[in-house]
Design a protein around this ligand. Sequence first.
Ligand SMILES: Nc1ncnc2c1ncn2[C@@H]1O[C@H](COP(=O)(O)OP(=O)(O)OP(=O)(O)O)[C@@H](O)[C@H]1O
Ligand SMILES: O=P(O)(O)OC[C@H]1O[C@H](OP(=O)(O)OP(=O)(O)O)[C@H](O)[C@@H]1O
Ligand SMILES: O=C(O)c1cccnc1
Length: 479
Amino acid sequence: MSENLTMHTDKYQINMMYAHWVQGSQNEQAVFEVYFRKLPFGNGYAVFAGLERVVRYMQSLRFGDEEIAFLREQEEGYTEAFLDALREFRFTGQLDAVPEGTVVFANEPLLRVTARIFEAQLIETAILNFVNYQTLIATKASRIKQVAGEDGLLEFGTRRAQEADAAVWGARAAYLAGFHATSNLRAGMLFGIPTKGTHAHAWVQGHDSEEEAFRKYAEALPDQVTLLVDTYDTLRSGVPNAIRIGKLLEKQGKRMNGIRLDSGDLAYLSQEARRMMDEAGLHYAGIVASNDLDEGIIFSLKGQGAKIDVWGVGTQLITSGDQPSLGGVYKLVAREKDGELIPVIKISGNPEKVTTPGRKDIYRIVNRETGIAEGDYLTLAEEGPLNTEEPLRLFDPIHHYIQKVVQRYDALPLLTAVFRDGALVYELPTLEEARSYHRGQLALFWPQVLRKTNPAEYRVNLSDAAWELKMAMIAEHTI
Ligand SMILES: Nc1ncnc2c1ncn2[C@@H]1O[C@H](COP(=O)(O)OP(=O)(O)OP(=O)(O)O)[C@@H](O)[C@H]1O
Ligand SMILES: O=P(O)(O)OC[C@H]1O[C@H](OP(=O)(O)OP(=O)(O)O)[C@H](O)[C@@H]1O
Ligand SMILES: O=C(O)c1cccnc1
């Protein structure tokens, strides 16, 4: 199967490209912005992810012989001249994006594409596909991280993931947001994520006794012994057998990592197992828990005083069980007319669906005294950089009466230049760098914004100029 992702797009993009080409408008500039309208999971923030994949994709866009041959067969009857134009296709435009790991909110541009309409249209589908999934999983992982605190977090989802790409990019998103390791070796190879593994029930079932299974495993991997203790009876057989192996290892001067619990009442079993291992002198042995965990169950287990050191989280994380998609959109905000970029709007009866016209920049307004972010601030790009010496009035674009004035603040631009005239001008951070940048991002927000349940709302505000343009265009289009 071809690995070329150029055709990973909706047919209507090619149809629009064709129609532009037929009418001769294919070289006109267009500006599209990617944003989502509603935070997932009722969370107070999202964690942006997907940029690395977007960059690799945009660098590799090529219509080769196979792609052209396939398009030639389509019922639309694309002409040979158009297909020849596709052969020359390269991304030659501008991409700006927030860095991966940035804490982001609804209704602010995460990526901004300024390019020939011919190019900007093709890439919509793939960009949304990558960014929506990866941002969703990074946000889910971040919620889990918020409740797990300093405990270990292992990503175990591959077997339940929506196919192979989701497994590895989801594992990457989880690591970005603070997980410590993945069980997926390919994700480890591709992205340098630390990998971890215990063993399955099959290992125990495949021996005459649990004790024999544990012993053989410890003989084979004496430095990585985490024993799954729930195949038969966790407290009567699994934990005592694991303790026996722990003692054997001590005689060889080694220490077992610990045990894994995978069913039953994880609070009670972990407390009992902890007591039994402590009484046997295995204070150092840790307890891993798994079994359809999510942030709600982990929160509850911690509240019950569960003695769990490491959480293995699979299905609920990798499939984003409680919300299967993020509704990120790619909206046209400006287009070229008579050689100038003019703003465009999309009106809707639902105020949240009315687009904010114009090519925009975004700043995070950080209070110099507290070091905490007061709100995000959207400006029209042509307004230029903010003069932070002047007080800034922040007002919510939907609930206009919610206002505040900030003084002594820094305005951190969130959008970074990624492509200029088709050339990559952004040095992609390593995954470790993105992960530690993300940790730093969280420090910019009050805990109220970060809490899992009923978080405080962090506002994304519009500049006066952006607001006035929006109001004027709504008036112009309302009969
Ligand atoms: N003390 C607890 N408080 C809250 N939720 C728990 C607790 N212990 C386990 N859970 C969660 O409850 C869910 C169901 O657990 P249950 O023990 O019924 O699992 P199971 O897979 O059916 O077990 P078994 O394999 O023994 O049939 C899982 O998501 C598990 O993580
Ligand atoms: O529950 P999740 O969050 O999805 O975590 C991954 C699950 O996958 C494994 O179970 P599975 O029954 O597939 O295999 P095993 O128990 O035989 O290892 C593992 O024991 C976990 O329970
Ligand atoms: O290593 C493990 O314990 C593991 C890996 C994948 C899925 N469940 C468990």
